[in-house]
Design a protein around this ligand. Structure first.
Ligand SMILES: C[S@@+](CC[C@H](N)C(=O)[O-])C[C@H]1O[C@@H](n2cnc3c(N)ncnc32)[C@H](O)[C@@H]1O
Length: 187
């Protein structure tokens, strides 16, 4: 499926992405020949569904979200069902990504792309990057790396994490638009 078709299919749900930024990431993921995706922070499943369409057919797709809003959980379950109908091996794990019992549910699974869009506070994002980024084979993408205006910027956030020298030395791509997506290459 092409990016625009995938975007239009989820546009009726909440998708908290800038269209052009996600298009850029989509093309990067497709070009890298990714065959699996782990997303931390899926909300209604919009970005999960769109990014899955950039993967190879029959790919593995896993979401972790703690679901503050039950309506989001219902929508995400619908997106996962839809992915399965389209031939993906998809599952969503409900829980806090910082909980070791949630992390343990991944077993020893690895993913070509890890997209981190959950806890945006500095230490939370750092933990997600450490735990889940270590499961990436090809690409790690972090959302909101340029979102200076958002309310979470009152506290140190993923914005600050992205500017740390250890990450900057591994930057593969820095997508600057509305929110900003930082992509780190692995290997
Ligand atoms: C910005 S939204 C994700 C938007 C989604 N990726 C999209 O583009 O449509 C952030 C999500 O992260 C989840 N979240 C925040 N902190 C989390 C944590 N520690 N563990 C799991 N999920 C978390 C929230 O429940 C929320 O659904």
């Amino acid at each position: 499926m092409k990016f625009d078709e995938a975007w239009e299919r989820v546009a009726s749900r909440a998708i908290l992405q800038d269209r052009d930024e996600l298009r850029f990431l989509f093309q990067l993921v497709r070009g890298a020949g990714c065959g699996s995706l782990l997303e931390i922070g899926s909300k209604c499943g919009g970005s999960l569904f769109v990014l899955a369409q950039a993967l190879l057919p029959g790919s593995r797709v896993v979401s972790i979200d703690k679901h503050v809003n039950p309506k989001d959980a219902t929508q995400l379950a619908g997106a996962v069902r839809h992915l399965k109908q389209r031939g993906f091996s998809a599952k969503d794990i409900a829980g806090n990504s910082h909980d070791p019992t949630v992390f343990a549910q991944l077993g020893d699974e690895r993913f070509d792309l890890v997209f981190i869009d959950g806890d945006h506070n500095l230490e939370g994002a750092r933990q997600d990057l450490g735990w889940y980024g270590a499961r990436a084979n090809k690409l790690i993408a972090l959302h909101d790396v340029h979102n200076e205006g958002a309310k979470f910027r009152k506290l140190p956030s993923v914005y600050d994490l992205w500017r740390e020298p250890h990450l900057q030395s591994k930057v593969r791509c820095d997508i600057r638009g509305h929110y900003g997506i930082g992509v780190v290459g692995v290997g």
